[in-house]
Design a protein around this ligand. Structure first.
Ligand code: ZN
Length: 418
């Protein structure tokens, strides 16, 4: 039993036709007609595979394959919405691979102990309507339907209008059902696997993230007449903070990542000392303690810089996502599945956000990564080699079987997957 490579790769191509761009990329923004068309394609495939279909009021799409027992569902999936000018693999890979895994079970006539589910979560990307990972936030009870429906997008329309106009809503309340595990196959979206020439990333968790905004306020004055010693220069403070953030990250060392990605100066003119500078700081680390320490260091440094220059300062935390550790047993199933196929692998953390980190609040989760050429993602240039796509789907299937069928596999000496 295993993945049917031709059928699987053709399915990826078929989904990539929906919302295709002239440059070869794909665009299916959440709650748009193209997003709906992508979901309709997935739903049609679910019907072909004999799955019991559930659509909830926010538009999450789930197909269930019955098990021997009506117990906790082992979910596989990802998302089929995309950013603008996206590639064909981010999200889609995880959903199409889950469908292919079910097709492989059907081919082999295997009945698992637990039901198996294929899910395509709503609005993972969050580029049209924030927050991202909305579908899994809904499933885990972290956002309610009324709040979500009232959210206004970048085009001025609400999610509710788009759900009603494009027919996303279903009546299922499948999130009430017991969920035993969630497994997500995804492209790495980074350079590590390619750089080490490895096929599979066994993902142990997702690093934490903190976004800060630091605003320095000084005094605008003439660039030619104001002596250096008398300046209260917010622009200078922004530069000093940028340097200090970089030095702090180097001093602390990997895996801390610290970035000043945006500085806005007022009035931003060549011959005027800046009266205000708003600086953003993006901090990432796999542990809460180190993330909090980095945040405290940035704050202390910003206050020191402000005091030395005679500036007022405001510091605001814009976003905080705690680090997530995936379930050890489930991560072990991913590792065992990769090993059983002889795929080279490495343990790693995800640098990007995924539905799996949200679902981790609800059930055991793990992820499988496959290499991204050049580490490129969120671009029409996104590419993963066909053999890596197939390998990822095999590992997803193997891990799901181990999670859904531990008792069956023991009884049958694991020969169903060998
Ligand atoms: Zn994604």
């Amino acid at each position: 039993m295993g993945i049917h490579p031709t059928r699987f790769l053709r399915s990826i191509d078929a989904l990539a036709v929906i919302g295709r761009r002239p440059d070869g990329g794909v665009e299916r923004l959440a709650f748009s007609p193209a997003d709906k068309a992508g979901r309709d394609w997935v739903e049609a495939r679910m019907r072909e595979l004999g799955l019991e279909i559930h659509v909830d009021p926010i538009g999450n799409l789930l197909g269930i394959r019955a098990g021997r027992e009506d117990g906790s569902i082992v979910l596989m999936g990802s998302h089929t919405d995309t950013v603008a000018a996206a590639g064909r693999f981010d999200g889609s890979l995880g959903v199409v691979a889950a469908l292919e895994a079910v097709a492989a079970l059907n081919d082999a006539g295997v009945v698992t102990e637990c039901p198996i589910g294929v899910v395509s979560f709503m609005n993972e990307e969050g580029v049209r309507f924030m927050p991202d990972m909305m579908g899994s936030l809904y499933v885990t009870g972290q956002i309610d339907l009324d709040t979500a429906r009232r959210i206004v997008g970048i085009d001025g329309t609400t999610i509710g209008e788009n759900i009603d106009r494009n027919g996303f809503a279903g009546a299922s309340d499948w999130r009430q059902r017991p969920i035993g595990a969630y497994l997500e196959l995804h492209i790495e979206q980074g350079p590590v696997l390619e750089g080490e020439d490895r096929t599979i990333g066994v993902v142990e968790g997702v690093q934490g993230l903190t976004w800060l905004e630091v605003v320095f306020e000084g005094l605008s004055n003439h660039a030619g007449t104001t002596p250096m010693a008398l300046r209260r220069d917010a622009g200078y403070a922004a530069g000093a903070l940028t340097r200090s953030v970089r030095e702090m990250a180097i001093d602390r060392g990997e895996p801390l990542r610290a970035t000043v990605g945006s500085v806005h100066w007022k009035p931003n003119l060549i011959n005027v000392i800046a009266r205000e500078a708003a600086v953003t700081v993006d901090l990432r680390h796999p542990t809460s303690a180190a993330l909090a320490d980095a945040e405290a260091r940035v704050e202390a440094s910003a206050r020191e810089i402000a005091a030395a220059e005679g500036l007022r300062i405001r510091i605001r935390r814009l976003v905080h996502a705690a680090p997530v550790r995936f379930d050890e047993l489930l991560v072990g199933h991913v590792q065992a599945a990769a090993d059983s196929h002889g795929f080279s692998s490495r343990r790693m953390l995800s640098g990007a956000g995924h539905d799996a980190q949200i679902m981790a609040a609800r059930c055991p989760c793990a992820m499988v990564f496959v290499p991204s050429r050049g580490g490129v993602s969120h671009s029409p240039l996104e590419y993963t080699a066909p053999e890596h796509l197939v390998a990822g789907a095999e590992v997803l299937l193997g891990a799901a079987l181990r999670a859904a069928d531990v008792r069956t596999m023991r009884r049958e000496k694991m020969n169903i997957i060998e």
